[in-house]
Design a protein around this ligand. Structure first.
Ligand code: ATP
Length: 139
């Protein structure tokens, strides 16, 4: 079975939505194999967001991700990478479909970065890479 790295971003943790995200993940039938609340570091985020380095939203994104703790977790389940992205909805919370985490709970805050509550790995290779970054003991 597949594994995915999911983060409840600082906006989600601040708003008390960690439990709601976990509830939706578990209700869907994915198993939690790791779960930790922690504040990221610049070094960790440079690895995590390596593909976005140099983009206009990169620095604000990193600052936002450092603004408070994130709830990092590893899910396990058949096609859970695609499945969680479906649960999360589109990147832009304003247009994310109702029924999704971002569509139901997210909105535009008028800042330079999308505060879209969650992150989920987008492919098996990125899941493996991201799990190794956030949970060194699981890799
Ligand atoms: P995920 O956060 O789950 O990776 P995603 O694949 O929809 O979602 P990416 O394209 O990987 O998003 O971008 C990573 C994050 O960077 C987004 O979740 C969002 O917070 C921010 N971001 C992406 N594109 C933009 C943009 N054009 N403007 C502002 N912020 C952005």
């Amino acid at each position: 079975t597949e594994r995915s790295l999911v983060l409840v971003k600082p906006d989600g943790v601040r708003r008390g939505l960690t439990g709601e995200v976990i509830r939706r993940v578990e209700a869907k039938g994915y198993r939690l194999v790791a779960l930790e609340l922690r504040t990221a570091t610049r070094e960790l985020l440079a690895e995590h967001y390596a593909e976005h380095e140099g983009k206009p939203f990169y620095e604000p994104l990193v600052e936002f991700m450092l603004s408070g703790p994130v709830a990092a977790m590893v899910l396990e389940g058949e096609r859970c990478i695609e499945g969680f992205r479906s649960l999360a909805g589109a990147t832009d919370p304003t247009v994310a479909a109702p029924g999704t985490i971002r569509g139901d709970l997210g909105r535009d805050w008028g800042e330079k970065v999308q505060q879209n509550i969650v992150h989920g790995s987008d492919a098996p290779e990125s899941a493996e890479r991201e799990i190794a970054i956030w949970f060194t003991d699981l890799a």
